[in-house]
Design a binder for this molecule. Structure first.
Ligand code: AMP
Length: 175
């Protein structure tokens, strides 16, 4: 059993031509989900992570489980208009138009060591916006971690060009 074999591909979702990498099939597998969190916890267990920041919404699932294992706190990075308190936001480009992510202004303190997680990195636009939010609050992002990297879409290179370290448990060719 490999982690990659537990991730289901749904062709043409949410629109024709997109190969949707569905991590819910990994998450529902007790051994598979446990293994994914174990591998991340081993990698970051000695990195003095104070906060795990997870990107809505599948990043919450990975991020919360990992934060618990690391003895870290959890910070949600949410789509526009969802967080109840004062926020800062960052816009990012989609194929058509823009979207926005937000974080509470008091979610991260200056100098705190943060691990950013999401289920998947494609173009890296979402993760880059999340990184900007954390940087604006003075957080130090130790690394960005994903269950899935789609290398052909360039997200890893984009984040690495910003000086950011990127880690993924699996990779899928193509888009
Ligand atoms: P991006 O900003 O292009 O790196 O897109 C990353 C976000 O979009 C993540 O939150 C993913 O959950 C989602 N996403 C993008 N492409 C896919 C895909 N092929 N399969 C599943 N989720 C995707």
């Amino acid at each position: 059993m490999t982690l990659k074999s537990l991730i289901r591909t749904i062709p043409d979702h949410p629109k024709p031509g997109i190969q949707f990498r569905d991590v819910t099939t990994l998450m529902k597998d007790p051994a598979g989900f446990g293994r994914a969190i174990d591998l991340l916890a081993q990698r970051y267990g000695s990195q003095e992570i104070r906060l795990v920041a997870g990107i809505e919404s599948r990043g919450f699932i990975v991020g919360a489980a990992l934060a618990h294992r690391l003895g870290a706190g959890f910070v949600p990075i949410r789509k526009k208009g969802k967080l109840p308190g004062p926020v800062i936001h960052e816009d990012y480009a989609l194929e058509y138009g823009t979207d926005s992510v937000e974080v509470h202004v008091d979610a991260v303190n200056t100098g705190e060591r943060v691990l950013l997680v999401d289920d998947l990195i494609a173009t890296g636009g979402t993760a880059e916006a999340a990184l900007k939010l954390i940087a604006r609050l003075g957080g130090v992002v130790v690394e960005t971690a994903f269950l899935v990297d789609l290398p052909d879409l360039g997200g890893r290179r984009r984040l690495e060009a910003l000086g950011q370290k990127v880690f993924s448990l699996t990779e899928f060719e193509g888009d």
